[in-house]
Design a protein around this ligand. Structure first.
Ligand code: G4P
Ligand code: MG
Length: 175
């Protein structure tokens, strides 16, 4: 099956579009929480529009004995999270909503810090059956684009950015 190729320009436009929709919805985040590593660059671009600080979290899919695991676990979390997140409005950002496992895990962990509200923003939501679910406490969910269940190639993963750009251009021409 064909892959999607997105360029930095695509990512930039999609991130700004999401940020504008967040603002237009009436949600004013106090803080952006980026899920590493895919959420870092979109979060930074959204900050250009929203002007709020970014905190980062990291999760991984291996257990304490380095065995692969189906469940995410924290590898890096916000220091003094309680003070920084209690009573705050959080915009949680990631690049792709795939199985939704990571998003569900991060929302649940963040809720333990008693924010006043959590909204979720992703560049791309794959239309597919999800393993995880977004907790009902999340009232706002923004997806830059709804896409088919195909592999997405992001520019930051490219070893050869020129080849990546060529693939993106070819896909845009429909060849
Ligand atoms: P979800 O809750 O956001 O759906 O995440 P899920 O646990 O399903 O995703 C596990 C990992 O797989 C995540 O990366 C996610 O970014 C990555 N992934 C899923 N689909 C795609 C895709 O189509 N393209 C790319 N490039 N990655 C995909 P991670 O382990 O957190 O790593 P990273 O964010 O540091 O890259
Ligand atoms: Mg990711």
């Amino acid at each position: 099956m064909e892959k999607y190729f997105f360029t930095y320009e695509d990512i930039h436009k999609t991130s700004l579009d999401i940020a504008a929709r967040v603002k237009a919805s009436g949600f004013e985040p106090d803080v952006i929480v980026a899920i590493g590593s895919g959420g870092f660059i979109p979060a930074r671009i959204m900050r250009t529009f929203l002007g709020k600080p970014i905190l980062a979290v990291g999760v991984a899919y291996y257990d304490s004995e380095d065995k692969p695991s189906d469940l995410p676990r924290k590898v890096q979390w916000i220091e003094e999270a309680e003070k920084k997140l209690a009573g705050r409005r959080i915009l949680l950002v990631d690049e792709v909503d795939d199985s939704r496992t990571t998003l569900e895990y991060c929302v649940r962990e963040l809720m333990r810090h008693k924010p006043s509200e959590i909204a979720v923003a992703v560049l791309h939501n794959k239309l597919k059956e999800k393993k995880g679910s977004i907790p009902a406490e999340v009232l706002r969910y923004f997806a830059g684009r709804e896409i088919e269940d195909r592999w997405v190639c992001y520019p930051w993963d490219a070893q050869d950015i020129d080849a990546h750009m060529a693939s993106a251009a070819a896909a845009a021409r429909g060849s």
